[in-house]
Design a protein around this ligand. Structure first.
Ligand code: NAP
Ligand code: MG
Length: 402
């Protein structure tokens, strides 16, 4: 069989621990036999990040800007324990944080839906994708404890000498106080990312805020979304047969619970933090959740939503058998390969991505899966496979589809 060719390199970011082991197995068993894999490789494993003073992470992000599409393995975010474990020169920042700071953009998280792993919410038939705004609000707040009577004001001093002042509260006794902010530029780029991703995936976009209570702050989010939609996206949405829908956040939550899925739910920062954990756990498993960073300039970085599965790695190092789920990492690859194919007009590559996903889901639907899924599946008499057996089972199915 002739291998599939790729015109443009895909930026490949390798990572750490158990996911690094899976990464190699996925390449060896599921990609290299079928594709003349054209990647520009960056080793984001913690050892090499340390060796390069984290320059490799910056280089990988810059390469993503150059080529447009990246696929990333999970990586360790160093903490105190990791400083000792890897004798690090310093406590490097999270690679995802560094990459996001360079590419800007919004992270979209979607569950991988498969027969046999049923959502707790019985009417959810299709994935619900959460788009979380990643700037400002309570995550960049200023807080105070007020320990006695007095007046708290909101004060703005313009560089042009303009001053605005509002009484927040007259305290009769002790209490708490908090200030937070957001920016038109950040909200606009969030809105654009969401609208573009909705078009890209042909799914409607829902967005909720609390503008009845927070008339200026949440009102500004609502206004910017509406402006961006009217100016740049309305016609495209109509042509694609999808809709943009704004409502109050509590109304959106109620509708989400009753919906069948298949849409994107744009969330303000805090709502996204809370709702993404609700949606992901209700869909079944962190190991079945994909994540893609979409930049406002149209760059894409695909990854699994879970971490490096450290506990399994330590078992692997001791020579014990592991049953680590590679689905989300496989889907990071298929997402990236499909996008690369789309951008290059490479039909074969896009079809390969579809087939690999089909083979992966088909393997689970046949009742052959890793332990994490075996514990929650509704299928009977399943066969629990170890990390490697699962990937080999997928390869058998993939070969029959090729
Ligand atoms: P984790 O790697 O997501 O794993 C937490 C637990 O979830 C595992 O111990 C395992 O449970 C289960 N799990 C997660 N993924 C699984 C999979 N693919 N197959 C089977 N079970 C899976 O989170 P963590 O242990 O808190 O973090 C480990 C490292 O990952 C940390 O250094 C952290 O910095 C990093 N991290 C990286 C990213 C990223 O690069 N995007 C994201 C999060 C965390 P059982 O042990 O019960 O089987
Ligand atoms: Mg959280």
């Amino acid at each position: 069989m002739k291998k599939i060719q790729m015109q443009t390199p895909l930026v490949e970011m390798d990572g750490d621990e158990m996911t690094r082991i899976l990464w190699k197995m996925i390449k060896d068993e599921l990609l290299l036999p079928f594709i003349d894999l054209n990647t520009e490789y960056y080793d984001l494993g913690l050892e090499y990040r340390n060796e390069t003073d984290d320059q490799v992470t910056v280089d990988a992000a810059e390469a993503t800007k150059k080529y447009g599409v990246a696929v990333k393995c999970a990586t360790i975010t160093p903490n105190k324990a990791r400083m000792e474990e890897y004798t690090l020169k310093k406590m490097y920042k999270s690679p995802n944080g560094t990459i996001r700071a360079i590419l800007d953009g919004t992270v979209f998280r979607a569950p991988i839906v498969v027969k046999g792993i049923e959502p707790c919410v019985k009417n959810w038939k299709k994935p619900i994708t959460i788009a979380r705004h990643a700037y400002g609000d309570v995550y960049k707040n200023t807080e105070m404890y007020i320990d006695g009577p007095g007046d708290a004001y909101l004060l703005f001093k313009g560089e042009n000498g303009e001053e605005k002042k509002e009484l927040i509260h007259h305290y009769e006794g002790a209490g708490v106080l908090q200030g937070m902010h957001n920016l038109d530029a950040s909200i606009t780029s969030f809105a654009k990312c969401c609208f573009n991703y909705a078009l890209d995936t042909k799914q409607s976009l829902w967005f909720g805020g609390k503008d009845t209570i927070s008339k200026i702050y949440d009102g500004r989010f609502k206004e910017i979304f509406a402006e961006v939609y009217e100016q740049e996206f309305k016609e495209k949405f109509e042509a694609a047969g999808i809709e943009y829908f704004y409502s109050l956040i509590d109304d959106i939550v109620a509708r989400v619970m009753k919906a069948e899925g298949g849409f994107i739910w744009a969330c303000k920062n805090y709502d996204g933090d809370v709702m993404s954990d609700m949606v992901s756990s209700a869909f079944g498993s962190l190991a079945m959740m994909t994540s893609v960073l979409v930049s406002p300039d149209g760059y894409y970085e695909y990854e699994a939503a879970h971490g490096t599965v450290q506990r399994h790695y330590y078992r692997h190092l001791k020579g014990e058998e592991t049953s680590t789920n590679s689905v989300a990492t496989i889907f990071a690859w298929t997402g990236a390969l499909r996008k690369r194919g789309e951008l290059d007009g490479n039909q074969e590559l896009m079809e390969f991505a579809d087939k690999l996903e089909k083979a992966t889901l088909g393997t689970i639907e046949d009742g052959r899966m890793t332990k994490d899924l075996a514990l929650i599946t509704t299928l009977k008499d399943v066969e629990v496979l170890n990390s490697e057996q699962f990937i080999i089972a997928i390869r058998e199915k993939l070969t029959s589809l090729m």
